[in-house]
Design a protein around this ligand. Structure first.
Ligand SMILES: [Zn+2]
Length: 378
């Protein structure tokens, strides 16, 4: 992945690759190394453990590493602060952690819950069997040219990079179908935050909670991207919709998610023209390809409400149905980054086949009735 693609603003797209690349396992080093290490982070009693071996076998991958494998204690108030590269391995993902990252003790527990909830609501697996899973990508641009994860292969697990932006370069979180990169200020260590004037002097830039809705948004891109490819409205809209839906579903069970629900304001972007029964389909087909700067982000909000509407109509199968049909429709080759009207007509046709010929007119009426997508810049 190129640097440019990694520095796009949050209102632009996350690049979604359909990538199918080579599979192979690294040679396994079998050398034993000593276990233990108890790290005390600030006032907490966070404990960490190293791996038992320098080579760790994942479900279907292998990683050779001099870096420590960390486990968190599950307690939100306890914190682990990384002083070197390290990693956390979960059932469905591996966190590849930069130096100077501060993770609350419940971080992995909450991440696990988000991935499980996304799979449940989307009705698809985070790791479809027919897909090939590449090696961990070279993200050395973030590490001044060094690649701590060189030759790492984690099989079907999702590589989740947690980065620190020391320069700062303005990096933001983004995702592809193969991996996820988190650059969240709330996860920077106190020390590194205070050493960067741009951050230290602008405390408003970070919130006092970890925004798991952003993580859910990006994780949606990985999971949906691994299962099918969609238009811009669908890709960003579904990610925004799932971010809200997952937070609502998990808030009662996880205090850190309840905190996001209580503190975060989810706002709508403006749209170029108010959506109604007569224009909803044409707008969907246009995929906001020519949207002006003022309405940048319209695709997020249109798509968010479209999927809310479809979810209401179809229950938890709403995405699986579309995904299956996209994958089995002959000649469907939509490219996320290249607008193609013919392909968009095909996608609109697929949605009408599944939800009825009048799905877009009904959606337009629903928007007007609920006052969604009515806010324009005019
Ligand atoms: Zn996105």
């Amino acid at each position: 992945m190129k640097k440019n693609a990694r520095k796009i603003t949050s209102l632009l797209l996350a690049v979604l690759c359909t990538g199918s690349m080579l599979l192979c396992a690294c040679d396994k080093a079998t050398e034993e190394s000593e276990t233990t290490v108890t790290t005390t982070a600030a006032t907490t009693k966070e404990t960490t453990e190293t791996t038992e071996s320098t080579a760790e076998t994942t479900r279907n991958g292998m990683i050779n590493t001099p870096y420590k494998k960390i486990t968190l204690d599950g307690v939100k108030e306890n914190h682990f602060v990384s002083t070197d590269y390290c990693y956390i391995e979960s059932e469905k993902y591996v966190l590849l952690i930069d130096k100077d990252i501060d993770l609350p003790g419940d971080f992995a527990v909450v991440m696990d819950a988000i991935v499980d909830e996304l799979e449940k609501q989307l009705g698809v697996s985070y790791a479809p069997v027919e897909r090939d899973y590449p090696h961990v990508i070279d993200n050395s641009i973030y590490y001044n040219g060094f690649n701590p994860w060189k030759d790492w292969y984690v099989g079907e697990k999702i590589p989740v990079f947690i980065m620190c932006d020391r320069q700062p370069e303005g990096w933001i979180s983004c995702a592809t179908a193969d991996d996820l990169t988190l650059v969240e200020y709330e996860l920077f260590s106190e020390d590194v935050w205070n050493s960067i004037p741009d951050f230290r002097d602008n405390p408003w830039r970070k919130t006092d909670y970890v925004d798991y809705s952003v993580i859910a948004h990006e994780m949606t891109h990985v999971i949906t991207g691994r299962n099918c490819n969609m238009s811009k409205i669908m890709t960003e809209g579904l990610a925004d919709y799932m971010a809200v839906s997952v937070i609502n579903a998990l808030a009662d069970k996880y205090p850190s998610i309840a905190e996001v629900k209580a503190k975060k304001t989810f706002y709508d972007n403006t749209v170029p023209e108010a959506v109604n029964a007569s224009n909803a389909e044409a707008i969907f087909v246009s995929d906001y390809k020519d949207v002006s700067h003022a309405d940048r982000g319209a695709e997020y909000t249109y798509g968010k409400y479209l999927f809310e509407y479809l979810h209401e109509q179809a229950g938890d199968d709403f995405f699986k149905k579309i995904c299956t049909k996209l994958n089995t429709s002959a000649g469907f080759v939509y490219r996320y980054d290249e607008y193609n009207e013919e392909q968009m007509q095909k996608i609109a046709g697929i949605i009408k086949d599944l939800y009825g010929d009048d799905v877009f007119t009904k959606f337009g009426d629903w928007c007007v009735k609920n006052n969604h997508l009515q806010d324009t810049n005019n």
